[in-house]
Design a protein around this ligand. Structure first.
Ligand code: FAD
Length: 299
């Protein structure tokens, strides 16, 4: 079984950034990645300095090219399927390539958005159905926009998005769970609330044209905000005994350390702020801290 100093599970923005800190610390590192970042479908990534507007896969390809300059950093295109700890080493089982081991682990596998609940949503995800105004709001500012959300999330979401456009419609996709006061507040802003069940998002190549509703005419719209429910992309954190917060994110301290000694988590799987810049920052810190622990243990 090949031994590394650090194994990184997930080789996208957070994982590659951790690898950069570690490669520059001459650490023998393996990045295991199956190349499915959550923003894979987005034509242009925004709000990351020097890379604004570039396709996400181009940014990642450039990051990998830069990492190839560090001879102790290895990549493997595979899926980590399980992990366990024996003495001071973590053993990680890969789908295709056996097992590897290391004393430090960086979990950087991101989140899986569940876009299966509404027909058409998956095809439009990141193209015309967006979740974050900082990533894509500028490009669609002032346009007629639908928000699919309900209850407390809906009022918070509307409040935020109303900064980018005042032309808003709220679709609760079934009976509203807003309080009377919340509904009145929304309507006082001239925002219509549609409670009909959504049956389908109609689109062409991911560009929304309209929303089909139960017992009502199609609602024409070209921009939708929606936060899909998410899960961790791997259950390895749970297998290792990592703690999670109430949102299902891996709990980390200010240094990206989980409650399991030697295990760090970075990027979307451990933060509510889903942004490339944040994933890169947290990944970098996880790499620095993994290196620091190795130094502490060997000095
Ligand atoms: C649709 C959409 C559009 C977005 N647009 C923007 C934007 O414009 N600007 C912005 O700043 N942010 C944007 N974001 C947020 C941004 O994409 C994320 O914050 C960022 O990708 C998080 O990086 P990450 O490395 O944590 O996870 P990801 O980028 O999701 O990468 C996780 C990696 O781990 C791999 N992986 C997962 N499980 C395993 C496993 N078991 N074994 C091996 N590999 C595994 C995956 O294949 C993937 O390569 C967007 C997000 C979405 C969903």
């Amino acid at each position: 079984m090949e031994k590394y100093e650090v194994v990184i599970i997930g080789g996208s923005f957070s994982g590659l950034s951790a690898a950069m800190s570690l490669g520059r610390s001459m650490r023998k590192v393996l990045i295991i990645d199956n190349q499915q970042p959550c923003n894979i479908q987005t034509p242009h990534s925004h709000n990351f300095l020097t890379q604004d507007g570039k396709p996400p896969l181009e940014i990642l390809a450039e990051a990998r090219r830069q990492l190839e300059a560090y001879p102790t950093v290895e990549f493997i295109n595979d899926t980590a399927i399980s992990a366990s700890k024996s003495e001071d080493l973590f053993e990680i089982k890969l789908k295709e390539n056996g097992e590897v081991k290391a004393p430090k682990l960086v979990l950087a596998w991101g989140l899986k958005d569940d876009t299966s609940k509404i027909e058409g949503l998956a095809a439009c995800w990141g193209i015309s159905v967006i979740h974050c105004p900082y990533c894509h709001g500028y490009e669609v500012k002032n346009q007629p926009t639908a928000i699919i959300a309900n209850g407390n999330e809906a009022i918070e979401y509307l409040k935020m998005i109303s900064h980018w456009t005042k032309n808003l419609t709220l679709l609760t996709n079934g009976s509203s769970t807003l309080t009377e006061e919340q509904s009145q507040k929304i309507q006082s802003k001239g925002i219509q609330i549609i409670e009909k069940q959504i049956t389908k998002i109609n689109h062409q190549a991911g560009k929304v044209a309209s929303i089909s509703l139960n017992d009502a005419e199609d609602f024409p719209i070209s921009v939708i905000y929606h936060r899909a429910p998410f899960i961790q992309k791997s259950d390895i954190a749970a297998q290792l005994g990592c703690e999670f917060d109430e949102l299902g994110l891996i709990k980390v301290n200010d240094f990206q350390q989980t409650n399991v000694k030697g295990v760090f988590a970075a990027g979307d799987n451990a933060t509510p702020l889903r942004q490339v810049a944040n994933a890169v920052a947290k990944g970098s810190l996880a790499g620095v801290m993994a290196n620091r622990e190795l130094i502490e243990e060997s000095f």
